[in-house]
Design a protein around this ligand. Sequence first.
Ligand SMILES: *Cc1c(COP(=O)(O)O)cnc(C)c1O
Length: 360
Amino acid sequence: MSSWPEWLPLNTQLRPLSPYGAPQLPAEAILNTNENPFAISENLARALSQRIEVVARNLNRYPDRDAVKLRSGLAKFINGLSATDFTEANIWAANGSNEIIQSLFLAFGENGALGFTPSYSMHPLIARVTNTEWIDGDRRSDFTLDVGRAIGQIKERQPALTFITTPNNPTGTSLSIGEIESLSKSVPGLLVVDEAYAEFSDETSAVTLIDRYPNVVVIRTMSKAFSFAGVRLGYLVADPAVVNALFLVRLPYHLSSITQAAGEVALEYQGELLGNVATLVANREEVRRQLEALGLVVVPSKANFLLFSGFDIPAAELWKGLLDAGVLIRDVGLSGYLRVTIGSEADNNLFISALTRLLK
Ligand SMILES: *Cc1c(COP(=O)(O)O)cnc(C)c1O
């Protein structure tokens, strides 16, 4: 726990916290934050700089406060993937889905939020920062969600927001659309479905529930499948009433003209950007087979990462051994488990060969 100076009037709920801090360390293979290992193409880099040059001539002016063009492009993108019928009225965009999550707590968090651990550590952390009560629901020991039990916990605690992450980070486990529908019938407030890894999964997206269940809110991001983590662009798909409420809590001009333009260009190149998804999925299955061949146990994953166990040295020690070999993966704080992001073929090979040496 940090010790803050006496004179600093830091909010009480912040005093015990540490800032979010996945290590940003130099390594040959960076496999710790579920980024896409493939950089954008030369063509797209050029298209981006040309568009940004145009936008730069107007940087003396504030951006479009409502990011209408970008939101309309995102609606079309989702409609193309899920055969839905959304418009910009169904979309909200922000600086990463983390800002979307923060806005949800600010607008709807008064009666608390519930999520099922282990899951994305930022959900409870952002709840804490926004003074939203956070309730930990639980999972089975294999990390799948027992939907009947989950509904029991939701009914007992009556949270305003129920979070599910599917595929779930850090476990990779997923819910079927039928299970999500059961949950959407049972939550008292909003069911927030964090789909940061949806493009890697073959499950039907929860966006297809929104017209029948206006309490379903889906969060997506350009940080993972789109190879755009550095841009900071996340978005939400929901009933227009949800989007209208977020207008109350957004900061004016929160999304810069440059970010909006970059997102628009990325949508124009969506075919190319998402072209790597199939490769990453195939490589995930290859890495899974290799881990299993080493005698390790791998949690079934529909995302771009794998959670594994079955090694008999402490996770922190194995993590450090890999780092010394040039491979940075993630110790997610689950005893006996480590998480590895699927990288390029060279990254994956380096990871497997270093691991093979360390487990000998
Ligand atoms: C990576 C991740 C995000 C992405 O956050 P951004 O702010 O959009 O980069 C959101 N949710 C989950 C579960 C994630 O793993």
